[in-house]
Design a protein around this ligand. Structure first.
Ligand SMILES: CC(C)(COP(=O)(O)OP(=O)(O)OC[C@H]1O[C@@H](n2cnc3c(N)ncnc32)[C@H](O)[C@@H]1OP(=O)(O)O)[C@@H](O)C(=O)NCCC(=O)NCCS
Length: 185
Protein backbone atom coordinates (compact mmCIF):
# COMPACT_ATOMS: atom_id res chain seq x y z
CA UNK A 1 0.00 0.00 0.00
CA UNK A 2 1.27 3.50 -0.74
CA UNK A 3 2.08 5.49 2.38
CA UNK A 4 2.55 9.16 3.23
CA UNK A 5 6.36 9.01 3.12
CA UNK A 6 6.28 8.35 -0.64
CA UNK A 7 6.03 11.42 -2.85
CA UNK A 8 5.18 11.14 -6.54
CA UNK A 9 6.36 14.20 -8.43
CA UNK A 10 5.99 15.18 -12.08
CA UNK A 11 9.55 15.77 -13.31
CA UNK A 12 10.62 19.33 -13.99
CA UNK A 13 13.42 19.22 -16.58
CA UNK A 14 14.83 22.54 -15.24
CA UNK A 15 15.36 20.99 -11.80
CA UNK A 16 18.95 19.77 -11.46
CA UNK A 17 17.99 16.92 -9.10
CA UNK A 18 15.37 15.70 -11.56
CA UNK A 19 17.82 15.99 -14.48
CA UNK A 20 20.21 13.73 -12.57
CA UNK A 21 17.59 11.30 -11.32
CA UNK A 22 16.01 10.50 -14.71
CA UNK A 23 19.10 8.99 -16.45
CA UNK A 24 20.28 7.41 -13.20
CA UNK A 25 16.97 5.61 -12.69
CA UNK A 26 16.60 4.64 -16.36
CA UNK A 27 20.08 3.13 -16.35
CA UNK A 28 19.32 1.20 -13.15
CA UNK A 29 16.12 -0.03 -14.83
CA UNK A 30 18.02 -1.17 -17.94
CA UNK A 31 20.58 -3.04 -15.82
CA UNK A 32 17.79 -4.82 -13.90
CA UNK A 33 15.31 -5.40 -16.71
CA UNK A 34 14.57 -9.00 -17.55
CA UNK A 35 15.82 -9.72 -21.07
CA UNK A 36 18.08 -6.62 -21.22
CA UNK A 37 20.28 -6.48 -18.10
CA UNK A 38 22.99 -4.10 -19.30
CA UNK A 39 23.71 -0.38 -18.90
CA UNK A 40 22.58 2.12 -21.50
CA UNK A 41 25.10 3.88 -23.77
CA UNK A 42 26.54 7.10 -22.36
CA UNK A 43 25.24 9.04 -25.37
CA UNK A 44 21.71 7.83 -24.69
CA UNK A 45 21.98 8.88 -21.05
CA UNK A 46 23.41 12.29 -22.03
CA UNK A 47 20.59 13.04 -24.49
CA UNK A 48 17.74 11.54 -22.50
CA UNK A 49 16.52 14.57 -20.55
CA UNK A 50 16.89 17.06 -23.41
CA UNK A 51 15.10 14.61 -25.70
CA UNK A 52 12.22 14.17 -23.25
CA UNK A 53 12.03 17.93 -22.69
CA UNK A 54 11.53 18.45 -26.44
CA UNK A 55 8.87 15.77 -26.62
CA UNK A 56 5.58 17.46 -25.75
CA UNK A 57 3.63 14.30 -24.95
CA UNK A 58 6.17 12.95 -22.46
CA UNK A 59 5.13 12.65 -18.84
CA UNK A 60 7.79 11.63 -16.33
CA UNK A 61 6.81 10.79 -12.76
CA UNK A 62 9.47 10.41 -10.07
CA UNK A 63 8.97 8.60 -6.77
CA UNK A 64 10.84 10.05 -3.81
CA UNK A 65 11.27 8.60 -0.35
CA UNK A 66 13.82 8.96 2.42
CA UNK A 67 15.30 11.97 0.64
CA UNK A 68 16.11 10.24 -2.65
CA UNK A 69 14.55 9.45 -5.99
CA UNK A 70 13.91 5.71 -6.11
CA UNK A 71 11.34 5.05 -8.81
CA UNK A 72 10.08 6.39 -12.09
CA UNK A 73 7.36 6.04 -14.69
CA UNK A 74 8.07 7.49 -18.13
CA UNK A 75 4.81 7.81 -20.02
CA UNK A 76 3.64 9.24 -23.32
CA UNK A 77 0.28 10.66 -24.17
CA UNK A 78 -1.25 9.04 -27.25
CA UNK A 79 -4.64 9.07 -28.92
CA UNK A 80 -7.18 6.31 -29.36
CA UNK A 81 -8.87 6.77 -32.72
CA UNK A 82 -11.55 4.21 -31.87
CA UNK A 83 -12.52 6.25 -28.79
CA UNK A 84 -11.54 9.71 -30.08
CA UNK A 85 -9.92 10.28 -26.70
CA UNK A 86 -6.33 10.48 -25.47
CA UNK A 87 -4.56 7.56 -23.82
CA UNK A 88 -1.45 7.20 -21.70
CA UNK A 89 1.20 4.60 -22.49
CA UNK A 90 3.59 3.65 -19.68
CA UNK A 91 6.87 3.19 -21.51
CA UNK A 92 9.27 2.65 -18.59
CA UNK A 93 8.28 1.71 -15.06
CA UNK A 94 10.71 0.91 -12.27
CA UNK A 95 11.61 1.07 -8.60
CA UNK A 96 15.18 0.59 -7.39
CA UNK A 97 15.63 -2.97 -6.03
CA UNK A 98 16.25 -1.86 -2.41
CA UNK A 99 12.95 0.03 -2.42
CA UNK A 100 10.70 -2.53 -4.06
CA UNK A 101 7.74 -4.14 -2.30
CA UNK A 102 6.97 -1.04 -0.24
CA UNK A 103 4.08 0.17 -2.37
CA UNK A 104 6.11 2.65 -4.44
CA UNK A 105 5.24 1.01 -7.77
CA UNK A 106 1.62 1.08 -6.78
CA UNK A 107 1.85 4.77 -5.83
CA UNK A 108 3.35 5.54 -9.26
CA UNK A 109 0.55 3.65 -11.03
CA UNK A 110 -2.07 5.45 -8.95
CA UNK A 111 -0.66 8.82 -10.00
CA UNK A 112 -0.53 7.76 -13.67
CA UNK A 113 -4.19 6.80 -13.38
CA UNK A 114 -5.12 10.05 -11.63
CA UNK A 115 -3.47 12.08 -14.40
CA UNK A 116 -5.02 9.88 -17.10
CA UNK A 117 -8.49 10.48 -15.67
CA UNK A 118 -7.81 14.20 -15.27
CA UNK A 119 -6.83 14.40 -18.96
CA UNK A 120 -9.88 12.48 -20.11
CA UNK A 121 -7.92 9.43 -21.27
CA UNK A 122 -9.84 6.34 -22.30
CA UNK A 123 -7.13 3.89 -21.21
CA UNK A 124 -3.63 3.30 -19.89
CA UNK A 125 -1.50 0.91 -21.93
CA UNK A 126 1.87 -0.78 -21.37
CA UNK A 127 3.97 -3.66 -22.61
CA UNK A 128 5.42 -6.30 -20.28
CA UNK A 129 7.54 -9.37 -20.92
CA UNK A 130 5.62 -12.61 -20.47
CA UNK A 131 8.18 -13.86 -17.94
CA UNK A 132 8.25 -10.69 -15.82
CA UNK A 133 6.01 -12.21 -13.18
CA UNK A 134 6.64 -9.52 -10.51
CA UNK A 135 5.58 -6.76 -12.86
CA UNK A 136 2.67 -8.76 -14.28
CA UNK A 137 1.35 -9.36 -10.76
CA UNK A 138 1.29 -5.69 -9.85
CA UNK A 139 -0.27 -4.79 -13.22
CA UNK A 140 -2.91 -7.46 -12.82
CA UNK A 141 -3.77 -6.39 -9.29
CA UNK A 142 -4.01 -2.82 -10.58
CA UNK A 143 -6.57 -3.87 -13.20
CA UNK A 144 -4.51 -4.24 -16.40
CA UNK A 145 -5.59 -7.03 -18.72
CA UNK A 146 -4.21 -8.57 -21.90
CA UNK A 147 -5.40 -6.64 -24.91
CA UNK A 148 -7.88 -8.28 -27.30
CA UNK A 149 -10.13 -6.70 -29.90
CA UNK A 150 -12.03 -9.95 -29.76
CA UNK A 151 -10.82 -13.13 -28.00
CA UNK A 152 -11.39 -15.05 -31.24
CA UNK A 153 -8.89 -12.79 -33.02
CA UNK A 154 -6.26 -13.60 -30.37
CA UNK A 155 -4.00 -11.48 -28.21
CA UNK A 156 -2.39 -8.38 -29.74
CA UNK A 157 1.33 -8.58 -30.52
CA UNK A 158 3.84 -5.82 -29.98
CA UNK A 159 6.01 -5.49 -33.13
CA UNK A 160 9.22 -3.52 -33.59
CA UNK A 161 11.37 -2.65 -36.59
CA UNK A 162 14.66 -1.21 -35.39
CA UNK A 163 15.97 1.70 -37.49
CA UNK A 164 19.51 3.00 -37.85
CA UNK A 165 20.32 6.45 -36.47
CA UNK A 166 19.65 9.30 -38.98
CA UNK A 167 23.34 9.79 -39.95
CA UNK A 168 23.46 6.21 -41.31
CA UNK A 169 20.08 6.41 -42.99
CA UNK A 170 21.37 7.95 -46.24
CA UNK A 171 23.20 4.71 -47.04
CA UNK A 172 19.98 2.71 -47.15
CA UNK A 173 17.42 1.11 -44.92
CA UNK A 174 17.56 0.38 -41.24
CA UNK A 175 19.32 -2.74 -40.14
CA UNK A 176 16.31 -4.71 -41.27
CA UNK A 177 15.90 -6.63 -38.05
CA UNK A 178 12.37 -7.12 -36.92
CA UNK A 179 11.41 -8.38 -33.50
CA UNK A 180 8.11 -10.01 -32.78
CA UNK A 181 7.09 -10.29 -29.16
CA UNK A 182 3.88 -11.38 -27.51
CA UNK A 183 2.30 -8.37 -25.86
CA UNK A 184 -0.19 -7.92 -23.07
CA UNK A 185 -1.30 -4.42 -23.77
C1 LIG B 1 7.52 -3.82 -11.15
C2 LIG B 1 8.03 -2.88 -10.07
C3 LIG B 1 8.09 -1.46 -10.63
C4 LIG B 1 7.06 -2.91 -8.90
O1 LIG B 1 7.47 -1.92 -7.96
P1 LIG B 1 7.26 -2.10 -6.39
O2 LIG B 1 7.54 -0.80 -5.76
O3 LIG B 1 8.00 -3.27 -5.90
O4 LIG B 1 5.69 -2.38 -6.34
P2 LIG B 1 4.77 -2.43 -5.04
O5 LIG B 1 5.58 -2.44 -3.80
O6 LIG B 1 3.76 -1.35 -5.17
O7 LIG B 1 4.03 -3.80 -5.23
C5 LIG B 1 4.81 -5.00 -5.45
C6 LIG B 1 4.46 -6.03 -4.42
O8 LIG B 1 4.86 -5.60 -3.12
C7 LIG B 1 3.78 -5.76 -2.22
N1 LIG B 1 3.89 -4.73 -1.21
C8 LIG B 1 3.50 -3.45 -1.33
N2 LIG B 1 3.75 -2.80 -0.17
C9 LIG B 1 4.33 -3.71 0.65
C10 LIG B 1 4.83 -3.64 1.96
N3 LIG B 1 4.76 -2.52 2.68
N4 LIG B 1 5.39 -4.76 2.48
C11 LIG B 1 5.46 -5.89 1.76
N5 LIG B 1 5.00 -6.02 0.51
C12 LIG B 1 4.44 -4.93 -0.02
C13 LIG B 1 2.57 -5.56 -3.08
O9 LIG B 1 1.42 -6.11 -2.49
C14 LIG B 1 2.99 -6.31 -4.29
O10 LIG B 1 2.88 -7.69 -4.00
P3 LIG B 1 2.52 -8.73 -5.12
O11 LIG B 1 3.57 -8.58 -6.18
O12 LIG B 1 2.55 -10.04 -4.42
O13 LIG B 1 1.17 -8.30 -5.59
C15 LIG B 1 9.41 -3.33 -9.54
O14 LIG B 1 9.34 -4.67 -9.17
C16 LIG B 1 10.54 -3.14 -10.55
O15 LIG B 1 11.10 -2.05 -10.67
N6 LIG B 1 10.90 -4.22 -11.26
C17 LIG B 1 12.04 -4.16 -12.19
C18 LIG B 1 11.70 -3.33 -13.42
C19 LIG B 1 10.49 -3.88 -14.14
O16 LIG B 1 10.37 -5.07 -14.38
N7 LIG B 1 9.57 -2.97 -14.51
C20 LIG B 1 8.37 -3.31 -15.23
C21 LIG B 1 8.67 -3.42 -16.70
S1 LIG B 1 7.21 -3.78 -17.63
Amino acid sequence: MPNDSIQIIEADYRDEAHREAIPYLLNAYARDLLGFRKPLDDTVLQHLVSGLAQFPTALVLLARTEGRYVGMAICFLGFSTFSARPLINIHDFMVLPDYQKRGIGNALLQEVERIARERGCCKITLEVQMKNTAARRIYQSFGFKASFLDPEAGEQLSLTKTLSPPEDAASGNGDGRGVIQPSEA
